[in-house]
Design a protein around this ligand. Structure first.
Ligand SMILES: O=C(O)CCC(=O)N[C@@H](CCC(=O)O)C(=O)O
Ligand code: ZN
Length: 342
């Protein structure tokens, strides 16, 4: 509490959080530590939002970890007083220690129960994905929505940074909503964070943000705040707007957002999801080609034995290319400009 060293203790001495613990801060906020890297706060006069901020689901995506570490520190030391119940999740602690995306398996393909499919809970990423799901479920369902109380609003921002540089530096993946409307207010919040590019998903996935969106009706996004860099090497000025808005979100009962103006955003829809199915899967552009580089119809983007993957429309752009993913996993997304209600 004095130093707010929750992440440091979680990483160095996780056994200290082997059993759940609960205590109160002098401002009345109740702190629930469920496990290493999992800490919830319930202010004495909690507003109507239940907010989950997750980071480090990929261990080498350090800027969001540094932001959340500081927010947690500020709450624990009393420098920041929360207005809403907030759950912070530091996802893959062992992967942070080795500075890698993951140790054995990409955690962000293990949600919505995928952790227990096939061989089951055989590695730490699978067990952790289940633990994170359980923590989110307990957090969102702790306060039953009573007919007398105003509807509670569930929010989950899963904070990442991208492996490649991006033409559009900050962008967010809006999970598939099964036909429900996209929230303009949420997109306006993203815009205030400096996230002016939104990718609308076209199908269910096993990502963390789809899990909270689909299972709990949360306003969820995977938010890409910049590029992967080691701890201590992030230029935090590039994250200032995001950090400021996240601080406002959790510490103010209501925040003032600029009106949503669609022209201020680049909205894309996912057009192709290309999975690696063969050992010889190869991308047909350079490793330094940034996300959102677009191509003419017919351009060969990737190939593997038995398949050639081409741009199917002029202006189709690449996102998250990675030829080294495990067989069966997503190696490339392509996106096409769209509008919100198209
Ligand atoms: O830069 C990359 O190739 C990956 C960055 C990253 O981790 N992105 C997420 C996106 C999840 C989503 O589609 O919602 C991921 O690949 O898990
Ligand atoms: Zn990531």
């Amino acid at each position: 509490m004095q130093q707010g060293q929750f992440l440091a203790i979680s990483r160095q001495s996780p056994e200290r959080f082997a059993s759940p613990m609960s205590f109160s801060l002098s401002n009345g906020t109740v702190v629930d530590i469920l496990a290493e890297g999992i800490i919830g706060f319930s202010p004495a006069q909690a507003g109507n939002k239940d907010i989950v901020l997750s980071c480090g689901v990929h261990g080498n995506e350090t800027a969001p970890i540094e932001i959340c570490d500081e927010l947690v520190k500020n709450v624990l030391t009393g420098e920041l007083t929360l207005a809403h119940r907030t759950l912070f999740l530091f996802g893959n602690l062992p992967a942070m220690d080795i500075g890698k995306r993951f140790v054995e398996e990409n955690m962000n393909r293990l949600f919505s129960g995928a952790h227990s499919e096939g061989e089951g809970l055989v590695n730490q990423e699978r067990r952790r994905a289940k633990q994170l799901e359980d923590a989110v479920a307990a957090f969102y369902t702790a306060l039953p929505v009573s007919s007398n109380s105003p509807e509670r609003e569930r929010i989950h921002y899963d904070l990442h940074t991208a492996i490649r540089a991006s033409k559009n530096e900050k962008f967010a993946v809006y999970p598939y909503l099964h036909g429900l409307p996209h929230s303009k207010e949420q997109i306006a919040f993203m815009g205030a964070c400096g996230v002016k590019t939104i990718l609308l998903s076209d199908a269910p996935t096993t990502t963390f943000s789809y899990f909270s969106s689909h299972d709990f009706g949360a306003h969820s996004f995977t938010v890409e705040l910049g590029k992967v860099r080691p701890f201590g090497e992030n230029d935090m000025r590039r994250f200032a707007d995001a950090k400021e808005m996240l601080t406002q979100l959790i510490s103010q009962h209501a925040i003032t957002l600029p009106e949503f103006v669609e022209e201020d955003f680049d909205i894309y829809r996912i057009h192709q999801t290309i999975n690696r199915t063969q050992e010889d899967f190869a991308l047909h552009f350079g490793d330094d080609t940034p996300n959102f580089t677009d191509y003419k119809k017919g351009t060969l983007l990737a190939s593997e034995t038995g398949a050639r993957y081409e741009a199917q429309a002029d202006g189709e752009a690449i996102v998250f290319p990675n030829a080294k993913v495990a067989i069966g996993q997503r190696a490339l997304l392509t996106v096409i400009p769209t509008t919100l209600d198209e």
